[in-house]
Design a protein around this ligand. Structure first.
Ligand code: KG4
Ligand code: ZN
Length: 354
């Protein structure tokens, strides 16, 4: 067992628009998890601008690294292992993180290991369970259904063990978070769309608009969200949609916006959980469900996922909000887990966007 060798793992996350460094002790104890968010910067563009993200990572990286060590009360030379998310993500953003990881690995003379960002999101569920002393990493139940719902990806997995995640299906077009962001833009709600839609939906009625639950009858595990987004657009534009008589979105009343937000959110949640339900039927020996990624922060999704798992009498694993959106702690945790069975990465490790 190599566990003793790596007491402090530094996790580096820069795949999209968050610069995050975290220190995790013994693979589970989150000593710090510092996130510099670029939300403000991207808000005026209504989405992430890759060049802007890249520059912001460069500016944030050293102070965030320093802050992560300060909060964990360790000096740089106490770090034993570096984990970096090297795939998937925006190429420019990934390059900043991987270059930083290589430089630190060389200068501190410690191993570096590249991890997959999506697997790390899923792993954040196990990490949370272990950090909260609910299940140790060794006792974490398998097989599980894992749902990753983020701004760039939406996929459902069969988790056989910490090492073996089998993809059952993914979105054929937009990711769920992307749909939240695009629908928010249609409703003139601020970026990022997930939290804006959630907050508008609180005072809305989810039954006012009967939006589609796409691909629930497809018989497989693919998702699609672009049609749902278009259905919202048609509803906003009214009977003259796609013609010069289309209603202007600024003419929507506050309650129309709230009802549209609530109905869209409900349709998205039902679509996501419909596939989980399908998987629970197809794989009767499932002993848990892990829900991860930025959209897993959504309160309605959390609430309905909780009911679904109660119905099936299986535990639901969802990280706290700080571990749902992009963060370094999940990267450190995953790196520590991976180094138990894989060799460190070489300094040739590449940033791989897809
Ligand atoms: O995992 P994440 O931080 O970044 C990616 O890897 O993409 O996910 C970001 C996404 C954004 O699309 C954002 O709108 C969505 O997560 N999100 C939410 C909520 N909080 C963040 N979506 C729905 N409800 C939320 N409360
Ligand atoms: Zn993510």
């Amino acid at each position: 067992m190599t566990t003793m060798k790596y007491q402090f793992t530094l996790g580096i996350e820069t795949t999209c628009d968050e610069t995050s460094f975290a220190v995790v002790k013994d693979g589970v104890d989150i000593r710090s998890n510092v996130v510099a968010s670029q939300e403000e910067l991207h808000r005026k563009f209504g989405g992430v601008v890759p060049e802007v993200a890249c520059r912001a990572h460069v500016e944030a990286i050293l102070p965030v690294f320093q802050e992560a060590c300060d909060q964990a009360e360790i000096s740089f030379d106490q770090i034993d292992l570096i984990g970096v998310a090297h795939t998937p993500g925006l190429i420019g953003s990934l390059l900043i993180g991987t270059q930083a990881a290589k430089a630190l690995s060389m200068s501190l003379n410690i191993p570096l290991i590249g991890v997959n960002h999506l697997q790390s999101h899923l792993y954040s569920c196990a990490l949370t369970a272990a950090d909260q002393n609910r299940f140790s990493l060794n006792e974490f139940p398998f097989p599980q259904i894992g749902l990753v719902v983020s701004g760039g990806h939406t996929g459902i997995y069969l988790l056989h063990s910490h090492r073996e995640y089998e993809l059952l299906g993914k979105t054929v077009d937009d990711a769920a978070g992307e749909a939240f962001d695009k629908v928010a833009a249609l409703l003139s709600l601020p970026y990022p769309g997930g939290p804006s839609i959630q907050s508008a939906a609180k005072d809305g009625d989810p039954d006012v608009y009967d939006f589609p639950r796409p691909m629930l009858d497809s018989g497989d595990y693919r998702f699609s969200f672009s049609g749902l987004k278009t259905a919202v657009l048609y509803e906003i534009e009214g009977p003259g949609s796609q013609t010069k008589d289309a209603r202007d979105r600024d003419d929507l009343s506050e309650s129309e916006v709230q009802n549209l937000a609530a109905s869209f959110q409900e349709a998205t949640v039902d679509t996501l959980l419909g596939k989980v339900q399908q998987a629970l039927k197809e794989y009767p020996d499932i002993s848990g469900c892990s829900l991860a990624g930025g959209v897993a922060a959504n309160e309605r999704l959390r609430e309905k996922a909780r009911s679904l798992c109660e119905e099936h009498d299986i535990p639901l694993f969802i990280p706290p909000l700080s571990l749902c959106t992009d963060n370094g702690a999940m990267i450190a945790g995953r790196a520590y887990q991976k180094i138990q069975h894989s060799p460190p990465s070489s300094l040739e490790i590449e940033a791989i966007p897809t």
